[in-house]
Design a protein. Sequence first.
Length: 247
Amino acid sequence: MVTATFRFYEELNDFLAPERRQRSFSSPCARAATVKHMIEALGVPHTEVEIVLVNGESVDFNALVKDGDRIAVYPKFETFDVSHLLRVRARPLRTLRFIADAHLGGLARLLRLAGFDTLYNNNFQDDEIETIAAQESRIVLTRDRELLKRRTITHGCYVHTLKPAQQLREIFDRLDLTSSARPFSLCLQCNTPLRSIEKASVLDRIPPTARALYEHFSTCDICEGIFWQGSHWQRMRALLDQTMTRS
């Protein structure tokens, strides 16, 4: 058994026991324990971590914890370029394709609204999410911290807030999504690209009010839905504008 001193920063403290938050603390570690093992044993999913410093030097998750080590653990950085310090992953964190678990259907629809490829199925099991995330290089969005501790999930975000609009703002802030957003480019139901369609070709499929008031329409080739900039579009546009302004 060895003993190391840990210090977690910023939102990573939310995963710790109250008496360990915002302070350095010592913890016993098995002699063969890796940095990743200890971080997760203390309650923090590895997907929430961007940089680990051991005695001031950046290390990867496989580094063995040694007696007397001082270990500082940092979350994702958005404002500063820390690429020269990254050791914990072989690939960047900013792969902007998502998969959301069963509790985040509202968030999934809002991310699609903003133009982000987001897989969601209320029947997804954790094993399926893990497999799809690995195969398609998707960021896992969940409120289940144990899911984010799975070995093959390398990119993920624990969603702290409860309401979809708040969750959207949270993810925009944490992953700096504003510059990558492409609002109203995906079908909210099918997660596939929308395309413009001539008004004359859909006259028999839209209500009289839409025929009278709007000239621009789009459609989804999967569900064949027709979309225009009506009152629902305006409400969603206001929500996205507010989110992107605050991000």
